[in-house]
Design a protein around this ligand. Structure first.
Ligand code: PHE
Length: 450
């Protein structure tokens, strides 16, 4: 994989599959495994999934292609890329950096929970199928004061260590084994979950839309989730695309990455929601769903402990391959524009994120009475601002810059390697970037304000 230190000569991805893996590594993470199932559970199941798919097809693929193309064309970090298209729009990249900063601060808290669950699974503490016990265990962890902060620190240090070293060899090589590993494991666990007695209700809940459940709140959540899950709207795919060589097939990559991402999210949903119904939880239980249902499923499997250990490790890996991309967007900017040493940038930014994360963590316990946005605690407010506001806003502005300022003709020329690659949907894509994307995002914004 590329050396992301932009002070040295710009490197490129080792191979085509290297890029696809790194970009899907960024996309596939806690967003798919932890957030998607509980978002679906909270927003009426099938209703959410249906809206998610509509937005994925209209906006997700479109913006994936736009970001990667912009990155490869400019060969620059998020802010630099916008600046190169037009000085007036550089601040859009700045919004992305801000979003990355906010997201990683609480993402790391959840990453810490995963590390704690790895340890719990080694100790056999998770070998229970009693809903109450598992719920209590999760509540105790996240509601604590020191314990979740310590694990949050460990996750943040892991992320920082990888990014300081340059995410070179290690991550690309390990992705080649761990990503397919995650996929195989998740299929096995999904089969077990879907065959639990009573699981069918969960499958129906996730896949059959109840149209009356579709409200503007559901649409805004689905919009935010598409951006979050695909790592869009904050320049992450611009940065990764900037390490691409001129002969890659961008239209193809922009199709494959969202398909992998969505496949993993759906499988995670097909583990968590069937288990919710089989064990009598509430689908709307929130951020704890993954952590409460998974152990219950493992307890019903042969070699449950082994599965639990492996699975939580794979979740951690998926989380790290996303968190490094979040940190990298901020670091690349500071290294490039402020001419700060990489290790210094990583330490400073990582520390600041860690401190904000402390508040996010405490807001699940001692500080839970502090509410910021619409009754949400600090943790949920950070997520709301980043996912539901900053990322879609970044996407809207990306549409404007690529569709109108740079122009779709030039973008298509870049995406097709000067016409050498077939891209039959190009005219359709132009319409999506110039009109459908901006209009759809604006409507959702305005409607949800009212
Ligand atoms: N897509 C990642 C996930 O699903 C999170 C992420 C968001 C990463 C934005 C980079 C940028 O976990």
């Amino acid at each position: 994989m590329a050396n992301l230190n932009q002070n040295t000569e710009r490197e490129q991805w080792g191979s085509k599959i290297g890029f696809i893996l790194a970009a899907s590594g960024s996309a596939v993470g806690l967003g798919n495994l932890w957030k998607f199932p509980y978002m679906a559970g909270k927003n009426g199941g099938g209703a959410f999934v249906l809206v998610y798919f509509i937005i994925l097809f209209l906006v997700g693929f479109t913006l994936m292609l736009a970001e990667i193309t912009l990155g490869r064309h400019t060969q620059l970090n998020a802010i630099g890329a916008y600046k190169k298209i037009s000085k007036k729009w550089a601040w859009v990249g700045g919004l992305g950096v801000l979003a990355g900063f906010i997201i990683l601060s609480y993402y790391s808290v959840v990453g810490g929970w995963v590390i704690n669950y790895i340890i719990k699974s080694f100790s056999g503490a998770l070998q229970v199928s009693d809903a109450e016990v598992l719920g209590g265990m999760f509540g105790n962890l996240i509601g604590g004061t020191w314990e979740p902060i310590i694990y949050h620190a460990i996750f943040m240090i892991m992320t920082m260590t990888i990014v300081i070293g340059g995410i070179g060899g290690g991550i690309e090589k390990s992705s080649k084994i761990l990503m397919p590993g995650l996929f195989i494991m998740i299929v096995i666990v999904a089969i077990r979950a879907m065959t639990l007695p009573g699981a069918v209700e969960g499958i129906k809940y996730l896949l059959i839309p109840n149209f009356s459940a579709i409200t503007i709140g559901v649409v805004l959540d689905a919009l935010g989730q598409v951006f979050f899950s695909l790592s869009l709207g904050m320049g992450c795919m611009i940065t990764y695309g900037s390490y691409l060589s001129k002969d890659t097939n961008i239209p193809e990559s922009s199709t494959v990455i969202p398909l992998i991402d969505t496949g993993v999210a759906l499988l995670a949903g097909l583990i968590v929601l069937p288990a919710v119904f089989a064990f009598g939880y509430e689908p709307s239980a929130g951020p704890g769903l993954l952590f409460i249902t998974l152990p219950a499923v493992f307890a019903q499997m042969p070699f449950g402990t082994l599965f639990a250990i492996l699975f939580f490790f794979l979740i951690l890996f998926a989380a790290l391959s996303s968190s490094i991309s979040l940190l990298e967007v901020c670091v690349a900017y500071v290294v490039d524009e402020w001419k700060v040493k990489r290790a210094v940038a990583v330490s400073g930014i990582g520390l600041a994120m860690f401190v904000i994360g402390i508040f996010a963590s405490l807001s699940n316990g001692p500080l839970s009475n502090i509410t910021i946005i619409g009754g949400r605690n600090i943790f949920d407010s950070l997520d709301f601002v980043a996912s539901n506001i900053l990322l879609p806003l970044g996407g809207l502005l990306l549409c404007i810059v690529v569709g109108w300022v740079w122009g779709t003709d030039k973008a298509i020329k870049e995406a097709t390697n000067d016409g050498k690659i077939g891209f039959s949907l190009a005219p359709f894509w132009s319409i999506l970037v110039k009109y459908v994307g901006p209009v759809a995002i604006t409507i959702v914004f305005i409607r949800s304000l009212i």
